[in-house]
Design a protein around this ligand. Structure first.
Ligand code: GCO
Length: 255
């Protein structure tokens, strides 16, 4: 009985920001667990390449190119799903950008852009997905937080604030949508080997700090997030709501 709890066969998952990085890793993980995945991004060429690669790997993949910060575009995308009879069972709110600059030099527009992509988009896409999940009496929403959902690091204030907001938005979703059979949880990745972190992994001082500060003594690989994503997207977590699960090699648990 236990392994079936994690089976996503027959489920459709939309993963925002999934042509590369953590989003691609989430898509591969859910597809490997049996889900049909819909990749999202704004770069149609990059989406097509990712979809082709995953299709060649034997996965069921579609693409939906829309800007998660464009409220009208998100609504149109879901109306398109409706017309095509596509029911989104699982939403992974992964889209996010990083912008590293001290607050004293930070422009308001840069602050706002990070919050729009990393936080508001999770509300907008989550709202449109939940509107369709509520009548079905079930749904899974997995928001992607960060270690910065709990702890601040200098020069990444807007990212930190957005990811802190992701933690509390997840709880707000649980508060309002739990009664409708929807489970909303979050994943807090640690320092992962991604393009977004290339400036950090290539910095010997920062690289050494991560390895010394993390009990596992290393950076994480995006594939190491798949198990938690499958768990929070599957029947195995039907009585789990409003939580953030840190996949960080132990970093957030130690001084
Ligand atoms: C940074 C990094 C972090 C990590 C991750 C940690 O500049 O500190 O980009 O934000 O990406 O979010 O959990």
């Amino acid at each position: 009985m236990s392994i079936e709890l994690f089976d996503l066969t027959g489920k459709t998952a939309l993963i925002t920001g999934s042509s590369r990085g953590l989003g691609r890793a989430f898509a591969e993980g859910l597809a490997a667990a049996g889900a049909r995945v819909i990749l999202n991004g704004v770069n149609e060429e990059r989406l097509a390449v990712a979809a082709q690669e995953m299709t060649e790997a034997g996965y069921r993949v579609d693409v939906a190119a829309f800007d998660v910060t464009d409220d009208a575009g998100v609504r149109e995308a879901f109306e398109h799903f409706d017309r095509d009879g596509v029911a989104i069972d699982i939403l992974i709110n992964n889209a996010g950008i990083q912008f590293r600059k001290a607050m004293l030099e930070l422009e308001t527009a840069d602050w706002q852009r990070v919050l729009d992509v990393n936080l508001t988009s999770a509300f907008v896409v989550g709202r449109e997905a939940a509107k369709r999940m509520v009548p079905r009496g079930k749904g899974k929403i997995v928001n992607i937080g960060s270690l910065t959902s709990e702890l601040a690091r200098a020069t990444v204030a807007p990212y930190t604030v957005a990811k802190g907001g992701i933690k509390m938005l997840t709880k707000a979703m649980a508060a309002e949508w739990g009664q409708h059979g929807i489970q909303a949880n979050a994943i807090g990745p640690g320092y992962m080997l991604t393009d977004m972190n290339e400036a950090l992994t290539s910095n010997p001082e920062f690289d050494g700090w991560v390895k010394g500060r993390t009990p596992a003594g290393r950076w994480g690989n995006p594939e190491e997030l798949a198990g938690t994503a499958i768990y929070l997207s599957s029947a195995a977590s039907d009585y789990v709501n409003g939580h953030i699960v840190y996949v960080d090699g132990g970093m957030i648990s130690v001084l």
